[in-house]
Design a protein around this ligand. Sequence first.
Ligand SMILES: Nc1ncnc2c1ncn2[C@@H]1O[C@H](COP(=O)(O)OP(=O)(O)O)[C@@H](O)[C@H]1O
Ligand SMILES: [Mg+2]
Length: 363
Amino acid sequence: MPRVEAPAEERELLRNILDALDTGLLALDEDRRIVAINDTLAKGWGVDRAEIEGQPLSDVFKPEVERWYLPERGVRGESGRGTREIRGSVADREVLMRYSVRPLGDTGGVIVRVEDLVDADSDEEVFRNTERLISLGELSARVAHEIRNPLTGVRTTVQFVASKLRAGDSRKDDLNDVLKELDRIEQIITDLLLFARPQAARPVPTDVREVLDKVLDNMASRCREASVEVARDFDETLPNVMIDPDMAQQVFLNLGINALQAMPEGGLLKVGTSLRRTRYKKAYVDVVVADSGPGIPEEVKEKIFDPFFTTRSMGTGLGLSISLQIAREHGGNLTARNSAQGGAVFKFSLPALLSPDGEEAKE
Ligand SMILES: Nc1ncnc2c1ncn2[C@@H]1O[C@H](COP(=O)(O)OP(=O)(O)O)[C@@H](O)[C@H]1O
Ligand SMILES: [Mg+2]
């Protein structure tokens, strides 16, 4: 980021003024690295500013649930306005902050103003100011978050009571029904959180094969239980793509779970990667997830990507819409078709990161 060069004295003066404010200030460059932090915030965070200047924000402050809401370059209007809250850990402490964001001129950087900061685990009553507008997305995310904790309490109690009943007691079945319903609520909340959270993706060069390996390894025992065989067909050399790795994982998990659910009697889950070049010399990395289930019925084909569309009694209908949203946000796409053999085939594609001469950037 181009810095304004001011004479040393002037800079010193400026710095003293910023340090005297009781608002925390943080300047980030286009790549969300910390360019400057004032004394107030550095103290609040308990960090040495000389040490953190120049570092990516994500290495210094680790958000717990929400992502930072940082407007992209060139996004104007409501994006920069409004106060938001974020909870996370910095220098081994849990803190809760209220902040707002402004673009830093035309540089692509942003200024984060931290108006309030408390230790998240302190008993202090936090942030009473209710006179702020929050978006519907934020509201849903908060409600979802608030429901979760009591729900866990209810679940534990029900489980405890059920464990006290003798096998064969019909009340035990009733309680198990309650547990199933609780699972369903939990699933809806998880999906709602993902769907509603203000998504500020942090794309980095990513090898999709690594993410796929991780997801498939995680799913291995579920596949075994369901008698589903997994076949990986990954290209030996494949360029990276720019994606937020957490989001990539979310997409692959959604597709993997959907495939598993489509094969209750067992079957074959094929996951492949490949590089595709278009006529216009663009290149895409394709990830194909194919199952040997019944495929997608003709009459629902148009709807499967709609939020809340589901044909499963326990479904939320958010998996595919979230995945599509993630694909589009990264300049890619997610498509579905049925294979000639009948199963469903989902293809997630993202622009490939190639070096300027068009050769694969990564072996
Ligand atoms: N692999 C698949 N085979 C057949 N149908 C599928 C498959 N994946 C998704 N679908 C259809 O798309 C719908 C929406 O999927 P999704 O958005 O993941 O929501 P959910 O899994 O909660 O139903 C599913 O209910 C199902 O009808
Ligand atoms: Mg699903």
